[in-house]
Design a protein around this ligand. Structure first.
Ligand SMILES: [Zn+2]
Length: 132
């Protein structure tokens, strides 16, 4: 699984490089050296990155770091929810996938449901099957 790790590291690198390019214009104060940060994965550095990144980038970086961590731990490729092995095809498309397709969909559904749940309590009457 070495190549998979290299791929993750490269994705992480690309992400950080993109940010470096974007933040060329020096903001006020001393901008941290992103090239330096890239070489280090220490928490302190991650916190520095935290200040420059958008939420989306942060999320992606976290996912990548997480996947790299799990790879080092040896738990990479297993669903965090049900422990099942995540299919290789899925890992190819989503190298930092944490969950198998089923759990991912379930989690997304739960999240959506929680967000979309109407508070005025619209009653759902099942079509058919209604006793007169
Ligand atoms: Zn699962």
């Amino acid at each position: 699984m070495k190549s998979q790790k290299e791929m993750l590291l490269r994705m992480r690198e690309d992400l950080v490089l993109g940010i470096t390019r974007r933040s060329r214009t020096p903001a006020e104060g001393t901008a941290p050296d992103i090239g330096d940060i890239l070489d280090s994965v220490s928490e302190e550095r991650t916190r520095e990155l935290d200040m420059i990144l958008t939420d989306r980038e942060k999320k992606k970086l976290l996912q990548l770091d997480d996947a790299i961590d799990r790879m080092e731990e040896g738990s990479y490729g297993n669903c965090e929810e049900c422990g099942v092995k995540i299919p290789k095809g899925r890992l190819k498309v989503m190298p930092f996938a944490k969950y198998c397709v089923e759990c991912q969909e379930k989690l997304e559904r739960d999240e959506k449901y929680m967000k979309d749940e109407p508070e005025d309590g619209i009653k759902k009457v099942p079509a058919g099957d209604v006793e007169e």
